[in-house]
Design a binder for this molecule. Structure first.
Ligand code: FDA
Length: 304
């Protein structure tokens, strides 16, 4: 009950544009620096170097919410291109994650498509890969449509599927043969489109991962849930699925011991490292997921 209320509260806060805009001027506050790797490209590259030296590979995400004009969308695109250049120059093992709304999806679909093409083309030039995050339900179909257009021309792009959605299984079938990140889903969605019960979400999520793996497709398993990780280790082992066909993904700052433990066992572990001054919405969604994450924030408030 309290957990549900806390989730609703932080998801509500995550959508507050006024707080989001103010937070850009505050610097990384309230413990956000525990889960966001600085505000600039050099700071995120330093973090990636450290993680690489610990046997962890990365994907970086330049945080951005509420992009509402063309200039902001182009600025975000430029930033993604610069990040790919910096990754190449630093020679680190890291790809790029992004959200299509940052590139103008809410403004003009063609603008967004041109922007993402420019980024994927740059990644191609550097032999790198771009992962399109999945956002709230309102953007799900458009995200898949744009991904399907891109995959006609590029093989260095993938997207993500949320296990809490009723439509997830059908969507995943269409993505057979592509690299998919599977997640439970982080947004507040209605019962019409999304399972609400944690056990159902857990079972559906696990089945989707197995479906994609058994289809021979590359699978990014993005969860902090050790029960799922353990079950999938046994499953892939039992089915003879090679460790090169999947990776585990964690968010920066979460379950760091587990990350290292799994990497030591010879699994590929990729850390999703967010950076930038637009940290507010991302941080609120993390607080919503797990009430214990609030202790991060409280410790951060005491330290600052
Ligand atoms: P969940 O929060 O369901 O917890 C399940 C159990 O795992 C807990 O009961 C506890 O036992 C254990 N556990 C979890 N976190 C723990 C912790 N910090 N410490 C100790 N135990 C813990 N969402 C989205 O909608 N679109 C996207 O594109 C992405 N991308 C993405 C990338 C990556 C790399 C990750 C890890 C996650 C995302 N997400 C996402 C977020 C995702 O949808 C989901 O909201 C969170 O991962 C939370 O679900 P989990 O399965 O991790 O554990």
């Amino acid at each position: 009950m309290v957990e549900k209320a806390s989730r609703q509260f932080f998801l509500f806060l995550s959508k507050n544009k006024l707080l989001n805009n103010s937070a850009k001027k505050w610097g990384l506050k309230f413990g956000a620096s525990n889960v966001v790797a600085g505000e600039t490209i050099p700071s995120v590259i330093e973090t990636v170097k450290k993680l690489n030296s610990q046997g962890l590979i990365c994907t970086v995400d330049h945080l951005g919410e509420f992009v509402i004009n063309k200039d902001e969308a182009i600025e975000s695109t430029d930033y993604c291109v610069k990040t790919l250049e910096a990754i190449d120059q630093a020679g680190v093992n890291c790809n790029l994650s992004l959200k299509l709304t940052q590139l103008g999806l809410d403004i003009d679909r063609e603008l967004c498509l041109n922007n993402i093409r420019r980024i994927v083309q740059t990644a191609k030039k550097y032999n790198n890969f771009v992962r399109i995050d999945m956002e709230d339900y309102a953007h799900c179909q458009e995200t898949l449509d744009i991904f399907n257009e891109l995959r006609k021309d590029y093989d260095n792009v993938g997207t993500a599927i949320q296990g809490y959605l009723h439509r997830a299984q059908e969507d995943l079938k269409d993505l057979k043969g592509t690299s998919v990140r599977l997640i439970k889903g982080a947004y507040k969605e209605s019962p019409e489109v999304c399972y609400q019960d944690q056990t159902t979400i857990y079972d559906n999520y696990l089945n989707l991962i197995k479906q994609h793996l058994l289809g021979g497709s590359y699978t990014a398993i993005a969860t902090h849930d050790h029960r799922i990780i353990n079950e999938l280790k046994a499953f892939t082992d039992g089915k003879g699925i090679p460790k090169t066909q999947f990776e585990f993904q964690f968010l920066y700052g979460f379950r760091t011991e587990l990350q290292r433990e799994i990497a030591k066992e010879g699994y590929t572990v990729r850390i999703y490292v967010p950076y930038g001054n637009d940290w507010y919405g991302y941080f609120m969604r993390r607080l919503a997921e797990r009430p214990q994450n609030v202790s991060f924030a409280l410790r951060g408030m005491i330290k600052k």
